[in-house]
Design a protein around this ligand. Structure first.
Ligand code: SF4
Length: 137
């Protein structure tokens, strides 16, 4: 390599290198578009809502005791004291009802109210069961 050729190469190399840098920096200056965030999976968005029946049952007052409930059956609970099984439950006395029972948690005039024998549920104020205990007073 002659001196002239070497000098010429050195003169040309920075130009070629600069050209390369410009070409690379152009690509670096315009990065590829960021990937779009993934949409929520449709299975989550379309998750079924709580059944309407459950919402109704838990949305308001305590549910009523069903006469078919095992505890109710064993205690002879009826929602209307006049239907009490008088032959089976000899302690029944005319006029006795939940609303004049010592265990009734409702206020005077309430149609329904809680009873500790049926936690989380209400009994009818006109109801009766064999655990009836006349309210004092
Ligand atoms: Fe009604 Fe008294 Fe029986 Fe409770 S204990 S269900 S209030 S009669």
């Amino acid at each position: 390599m002659t001196t002239t050729t070497r000098r010429r190469f050195i003169e040309m190399f920075p130009i070629a290198g600069a050209g390369l840098l410009v070409a690379c920096s152009d690509k670096a200056a315009t990065p590829p578009p960021a990937p779009m965030p993934a949409a929520e999976p449709p299975s989550i968005a379309a998750a079924p809502a709580e059944p309407a029946a459950t919402q109704v049952a838990t949305g308001g007052a305590m549910p009523m005791v069903e006469e078919t409930d095992p505890t109710a059956v064993s205690l002879g609970y009826v929602a209307d004291a006049s239907r009490a099984d008088k032959s089976k439950f000899k302690t029944y006395a005319a006029g006795s009802a939940c609303n004049n029972c010592a265990l009734f948690g409702g206020k005077p005039g309430d149609v329904n109210g809680p009873c500790p024998l049926f936690a989380g549920r209400q009994v009818s104020a006109k109801g009766w069961c064999s655990a009836y205990a006349k309210k004092a007073g």
